[in-house]
Design a protein around this ligand. Structure first.
Ligand code: NAP
Length: 244
């Protein structure tokens, strides 16, 4: 199945590393004009070096005012990937208000905010569009020490559905991908220990973690016209974990 985003303008958050970076590069390879948003300038520098057509935007998405200022002149966007997220694991009884706020500010509030900015433009132009939120299997299954992360991704799944409901009338589709563990920097921080990894892979029917490209391919599908009647879904990319 060939997917072309020729003539489309895309914005990807958290595009400095991991899944976001690979998504930005894949979208550019498929012909999209890509704006990449992240908070570490050196990641943007190396990304632009790798793909000179990418437009870099450096901002901490946890900061509402700074995000507003940074995206004010971003221009028309047809495809949005809300990928940036914060993961900080701790036992339930040790969760602090600061950890809660940091995670919800990035994982939920920034998704709402960036989507408002982008979707308002889509609605104003009457051009429609597609939005993919990067959620997690953790939105639908309790994982030990993942209180805030699970809660934030659960909130993100419901945000996806309400956005799909309200934006559908403007031909803006909103879906999420919900991956299992992927060995990015975030994945390594939680699952590098082989014994711990085994407790997860043993619960995944396919018996392994997901590769970055497997998540990217699902994102591209949901952004593309190949999924033109798919709206409001939370698509597991989890080897069957959530089916059990
Ligand atoms: P990653 O390798 O840690 O990359 C995350 C990217 O987001 C980094 O470029 C990071 O920048 C950026 N980011 C984080 N907070 C930000 C902020 N406040 N403002 C701007 N940019 C920010 O993570 P990943 O594994 O690719 O995860 C991508 C998405 O997949 C996330 O939504 C995550 O929850 C989801 N996911 C991941 C896994 C997994 O196992 N890896 C599993 C399921 C779902 P800095 O490095 O500069 O902070």
């Amino acid at each position: 199945m060939n997917i072309s985003f020729e003539g489309k303008r895309a914005l990807v958050t958290g595009a400095g590393k991991g899944i976001g970076r690979a998504t930005a590069l894949a979208l550019a390879n498929c012909g999209a004009k890509v704006t990449s948003v992240t908070r570490t300038q050196s990641d943007l520098d190396s990304l632009v070096q790798e793909c000179p057509s990418i437009i870099p935007v450096c901002v901490d998405l946890a900061d509402w005012g700074a995000t507003e200022a940074a995206l004010k002149n971003v221009g028309p966007i047809d495809l949005l990937v809300n990928n940036a997220a914060h993961a900080n694991l701790q036992p339930f009884l040790e969760v602090t208000p600061e950890q809660f706020d940091q995670s919800f500010n990035v994982n939920v509030k920034a998704v709402l905010h960036v989507s408002q900015i982008v979707a308002a433009g889509m609605k104003g132009r009457g051009s429609g569009g597609a939005i993919v939120n990067v959620s997690s299997q953790a939105s639908q299954c309790a994982l030990r020490n993942h209180t805030v992360y699970c809660a934030s991704k659960g909130a993100l799944d419901m945000l996806t559905k309400v956005m799909a409901l309200e934006l559908g009338a403007h031909q803006i589709r909103v879906n999420s991908v919900n991956p299992t563990v992927v060995m990015t920097e975030m994945g390594r921080s939680g699952w590098s220990d082989p014994e711990k990894a085994k407790t997860m892979t043993s619960r995944i029917p396919l018996g392994r973690f997901a590769e970055v490209d497997e998540v990217v391919n699902s994102i591209l599908f949901l952004l593309s016209d190949k999924s033109s009647m798919t709206n409001g879904v939370t698509l597991p990319v989890d080897g069957g974990f959530l089916a059990c």
